[in-house]
Ligand binder design. Sequence first.
Ligand code: FMN
Length: 194
Amino acid sequence: MTQPYVLGIAGSPRRAGNSEQLLDALLGGAHDAGAQTRKLVPAEMSILPCSGCNSCTLTAECVLADEMSSVYAEFDAADAIVIASPVYFAGVPGTLKVLIDRMQPYWARTYVLGTPRPARRPGGFLLVRSSGDPYGFTGAEHTIRSVFAVLGIDVIVEEKVAGLDEGDDIGRRPDALASARAHGVQLAGAARGR
Ligand SMILES: Cc1cc2nc3c(=O)[nH]c(=O)nc-3n(C[C@H](O)[C@H](O)[C@H](O)COP(=O)(O)O)c2cc1C
């Protein structure tokens, strides 16, 4: 049986912070359940913002030449994808949003060019935020669900943890880390069975 591949996107520009620790717990669970795992950190990659040129609606490809070519390859190869992110001003950090906007060629293939959709895959998200914000997780969650819809990813695991400020605050939430790990086990199983 081939090993399922679970891809994690660490959406925070702060390395080893709350969302990345949750992601590491999830990927650790997936690994221990037999999956191959990999983590991409958009903030440390050279990714240009989508220019809105719409070339992808004609060619199905992005005209920009940068590190997104390796991101596209990983997204195409993954059996399951999970995005971990903090809430920034009700949305996701700009570095993650730049990567998400560059998924427009998948939208063009599905909704303009009618290219057959790849098989649906399981996925999920891990969101963290501070507190005292009236907008909560809504904006960030909708952004991630929107791109997952275009990519044909079914959200089967989700976790939202509020009240985290400093980068190691998640250490006070062993319950959340254990839950993320269990999500990884679940995702590996779903990725294997797809
Ligand atoms: C630029 C910036 C914007 C933020 N905006 C929000 C917000 O709108 N709502 C919120 O609850 N927390 C907000 N936060 C707090 C982060 O979501 C919180 O510190 C989170 O735990 C950071 O996760 P990380 O450690 O994975 O980077 C913001 C933090 C930064 C740096």
